[in-house]
Design a protein around this ligand. Structure first.
Ligand SMILES: [Zn+2]
Length: 493
């Protein structure tokens, strides 16, 4: 899968080293030995056609024997794509590995990681798009259904909207997508109205971020307030992660600030649901982050200790409106969203305004540019981000040594006493007003069944009684006293 690269001379960010750096760090840090590894295999055309049109498959196949000039001309047919003579094979390998991974995960109920290229989540039924030839995640999800899974949730935390997956699974009963992405009111690529909260794709929940610089605390909030409640209600038997690392610190595409510990803790939050996970590589263009993020996600998947994030910032205010818009728009599909929405309305200090979401425009059409510049990261920023990653890795190393006595907590919630145990050593800061929300969402993270009962008990007809509020306040004191509550950012509803 390393033989796919841009064959004409142009600066491009989708390079083979994105994959080799991941494999190298896992090898060098001894993780290859700890994992069962499987040889890559090409998906058959029949397997790919579970999602894609025969026309697209035949079209991509023709690139195998083209010269560079022909390849560049061919690439103009698809938005933001390059093809070389190896692309056809590499794309089949990426799809084949993804299919094999979900089968293995379903068989063993153990989680796994697919280090693959070409990436997949922008590819649509009849179109390759945005560096993505075939949609690995959609192909894997549909094969998982054939293989016996009843409900599959795709969690897409690549910084770009998973619009390809959204379209590929549009009519697929049993597969849902939650996509967290940079949106900026539609000004950020792929500039589509369908990436906003309000869209006609009912089995996709979009979490559009209208800005840059979102940090670990914001991402934790999105996991706890959107993704985990979805898991509670949808109850998937497989989680597939569209695992882009381009929301990472230093990434020239994303301009977000997620740290390696951030990715590891998000992985752990999903793992705490007890649902097996297939994590499939997507984007990520700042190699020091990509390799470190991959290492720490794999640590989490292997149930090893993952370090806490260095600084846990409060959730940004802008996110509040997006999350409340999601609660409102999807309240009939997800009962937990309905409950949380009612809680927000009751407890919030801020009035909710449902503003216009899309201010973008879209005028790209074929022939697409094949030499358009991807922003080169500015050298100073690159150096600073690299220093930060090195600093974090140093801090994590110390932490890993300190934590030799770490044990994975088997039971996160004791049902009889309602005591919440920690998510791996974080100190919690909780705004009192939103404690019920935090509690229920964290409970969802660790024990969906308990959360379901909790909802019934605490929320009657979408309203909290005074007595319940008193009880929750008392619970919170109890948690504080016992320092049992962890890993939650400050929510500013
Ligand atoms: Zn991306």
């Amino acid at each position: 899968m390393m033989k796919h690269h841009c064959p004409w001379p142009v600066y491009h960010i989708e390079i083979p080293e994105r994959l080799s750096c991941v494999l190298d760090i896992l090898e060098n840090e001894g993780f290859m030995e700890k994992m069962e590894t499987f040889p890559a295999r090409e998906a058959t055309e029949a397997e790919i056609s579970i999602v894609h049109s025969q026309r697209l498959i035949d079209d991509v196949k023709t690139t195998e024997n083209m010269n560079v000039e022909q390849l560049e001309e061919f690439s103009q047919k698809y938005e933001d794509m390059y093809f070389n003579q190896n692309t056809w094979t590499c794309a089949k390998l990426a799809a084949g590995c993804s299919i094999d991974l979900v089968k293995k995960v379903l068989d063993t109920r153990e989680s796994g990681f697919a280090a693959v290229r070409t990436p997949g989540h922008h590819a649509m039924v009849d179109k390759s798009c945005g560096f993505c030839v075939f949609n690995n995640v959609a192909i894997a999800a549909k094969h998982a259904l054939e293989y016996g899974a009843k409900r599959v949730l795709v969690v897409d935390w690549d910084v770009h909207a998973g619009q390809g997956t959204q379209e590929c699974i549009e009519d697929v009963e049993g597969v849902r997508l939650v996509s967290i992405h940079r949106f900026e009111d539609g000004v950020f690529w792929p500039n589509l109205p369908q990436s906003a909260v309000h869209s006609k794709f009912r089995n996709t929940v979009n979490v559009p971020l209208n800005g840059v610089g979102f940090e670990d605390g914001d991402y934790f909030a999105m996991m706890q307030l959107v993704v985990l409640p979805m898991i509670t209600d949808f109850s998937p038997d497989l989680i597939i992660v569209s695992c882009g690392f381009d929301a990472a610190l230093g990434d020239p595409e994303g301009h977000m600030k997620v740290t390696p510990a951030g990715y590891a803790n998000m992985t752990r939050m999903l793992q705490n649901t007890g649902i097996p996970m297939a994590v499939i590589l997507e984007g990520g263009y700042f190699l020091p982050s990509v390799e470190t993020d991959a290492l720490f996600v794999v640590r989490a998947l292997l149930d090893e200790y993952v370090p806490p994030v260095e600084e846990l910032s409060p959730m940004r205010k802008e996110l509040t409106d997006v999350i409340r818009r999601i609660y409102k728009f999807y309240k009939d599909d997800y009962p937990t969203f309905s409950s949380l929405g009612s809680l927000c309305d009751k407890l919030s200090k801020f009035a909710f305004k449902d503003e216009k979401e899309y201010r973008g425009e879209r005028n790209q059409k074929p022939p697409y540019a094949t030499r358009s510049d991807h922003p080169k990261i500015d050298e100073e920023a690159l150096k600073a981000a690299h220093q930060k990653i090195l600093h974090l890795r140093g801090a994590y190393e110390k932490d890993l040594k300190k934590s030799s006595s770490y044990r994975k907590l088997k039971t996160r919630v004791q049902k009889d006493t309602s005591k919440l145990l920690s998510l791996d050593g974080e100190v919690v800061v909780v705004n009192e007003d939103v404690f019920p929300i935090v509690k229920l969402t964290l409970l969802s993270a660790v024990d969906p069944l308990y959360a379901a009962e909790g909802r019934r008990k605490y929320i009657q007809n979408g309203k909290l009684s005074e007595k319940t509020l008193e009880q929750l306040a008392a619970d919170m004191e109890d948690f504080r006293r016992h320092e049992l509550f962890t890993a939650a950012p400050v929510y500013q509803f």
